[in-house]
Design a protein around this ligand. Sequence first.
Ligand code: CO
Length: 432
Amino acid sequence: MKDIYLKEAGELISFIEKSPSRFHAVEAAHLVLNGAGFQELDIKEKWKMKSGGKYYVTKNDSSMAVFIVGNKPVSNAGFKIIGSHTDSPAIRIKPNPEMTVGETYLKLNTEVYGGPILYSWFDRPLGLAGRVAIQDEETGKIISKPVKVDKVKTIIPSIAIHMNREVNSGFTVDKQKDLLPFITSIEEITKKFDLKQMLSEQLNVEKERVLDFELYLYDMAQGQIIGLDNDMISCSQMDDLAMVYASLKALIEAPVGESTKIAMFFDNEEIGSKTMQGADSPLLSSILERITLGMGEDRESYLRALENSFVISSDMAHALHPNAQEKHDPTNKPLINGGPVIKISTNFRYTSDSESAAYFESLCKLANVPVQRFVNHSNERGGSTIAPITAGRLGIPSVDIGNPMLSMHSIKELCGVMDHHYLIKVFQEFYK
Ligand code: CO
């Protein structure tokens, strides 16, 4: 495997390691952007922008837009947008989570976020990360801080096969009973454990000022490059942080051009996007309109800009499974390391049409990268993603694409090392 491919795969793994929650993913992007000369805008303030300026803005700590303003009027030059999502299926800690078993065991109450493959969450060390709402000592205002709780290293233990003989012929998970992480077996700790107290110590604030939290379990085992030729990446949350990272990297390295170039990272794709920071919110349309107005153009220019724009909606795609070929379409079987995948659905659960797909294919040709197509096996319903929502809201032509992946929504997902490199090249071509 070429060194450059391995270097980029290593960078992706390290970005994901810094992103145990969606809030950390936004923070990790924030650090990369500060280092690359991008300026943060406050979503509540008036934006002053200049041609060629590089900016980013966040919404509710978990969605983010990064952009480079073009040097031609936006009404004609339009927006070049790559969309992806920061959230992944997960297990969240409920409020008042402490549950004891007898006098000694302590476990935490949880709730499932999105659609994880639940069996993959058993028997592996899990950490705790997310954000905490704190009352600021000086202003009295409520502020949020990302937190990775150092002291919690937990696990969801399986039931021994001797007590569950049917386990290998179909395992039904009771979400309220089976998914509670076991956090200590020491009676003295169990007796006085208080999660808010632990958070207050970690953040170095008084307990009374820790008002609330959004904490999720995450996989503590680092991602790895595997395969006989170091050809595959096994890592958590690649749906969709692999696309977040690829588009971020491409945008940072992009030159200033005529169009305004945007990488948009949405939260809440995994639960249908209907939140104030999700794709089914005014977030993207507001940002596009504010960029237009911030450059001294008017609403007519904004509406024309939409007609001159393009969205690449990037979310992972299903690769041919070596042990389940019957699940795939008979003539369209994307392979790992076969290049990015254009996703097509006649019922428009994906937005690609023949014109937008042809455009994406032409970008791949220019970038000298192979391209593949995915359609569902006709008896499989398949998934959907952010673009049908943004296309429905904004009317911008778009294509749904993603890198081929196995084990989608497992705690460890599997992708190709070469595909990651290919897609960065295609994104760079789009942003040229
Ligand atoms: Co996804």
